[in-house]
Structure formats: structure tokens, C-alpha cells
Design a protein around this ligand. Structure first.
Ligand SMILES: [Zn+2]
Length: 95
């Protein structure tokens, strides 16, 4: 079922799922119940599960409204540096 953006006479913008066969029928605004009309909007064509696309979308989503942090990130939760048990690694120079 496609997702449509609608706007009622009171300027409420809402997204509703409407069956494709009923897309041209009038829709009642979920907030005030008055008649709402479909709006022309850009399709949400998925970019798949690409990590770059998710990063871009999350960056755009928080560009004007940063995410709210309710706790200070813990600094002691880092993973310990893995220790190699290979004897050849012991001969390598240390920084
Ligand atoms: Zn409304």
C-alpha cells in the first residue's frame, strides 16, 4: 500500500497509507476529520542498505536538529587492545 502525503484545509500535513485503487478518492484528515487532498511529493526510492547512503541520510536528518544525548558517553567501555600470541610478533619493534 503506497504512502501518500495529504494536506487538509486546516493545513495539517500527514502521511497516510491508501490502497492504490482508492488513491483518487477523498481522504479525511486523521487530525481534524476534514477533507484532505493528496500532495505531490518526491518518491522515497530506497537506496538499499548501503552504509554510505545511511550515513548521508542520518547526517541530513540531524543537520538542523542534532540528536539528543541523555547520558555522558562512557569512556571506559572501550575494548582492550587485542594481544597477539604469535611469537613472531614479539620480535617486531614497539612504538
Ligand atoms: Zn486536518
Amino acid at each position: 500500500m503506497p504512502l501518500y502525503e495529504i494536506r487538509c484545509e486546516a493545513q495539517h500535513d500527514t502521511e497516510v497509507n491508501i490502497p492504490l485503487a482508492q488513491a483518487d478518492d477523498p481522504v479525511a484528515c486523521p487530525e481534524c476529520g476534514t477533507a484532505a487532498r493528496r500532495r505531490i511529493s518526491s518518491p522515497r526510492i530506497g537506496r538499499g542498505n548501503d552504509p554510505r547512503a545511511r550515513l548521508i541520510e542520518s547526517t541530513q536528518a540531524t543537520a538542523h536538529q542534532p540528536g539528543v544525548v541523555d547520558a555522558i558517553p562512557a569512556s571506559g567501555n572501550r575494548r582492550p587492545t587485542p594481544v597477539s600470541r604469535d611469537p613472531r610478533h614479539a620480535k617486531l619493534p614497539r612504538p
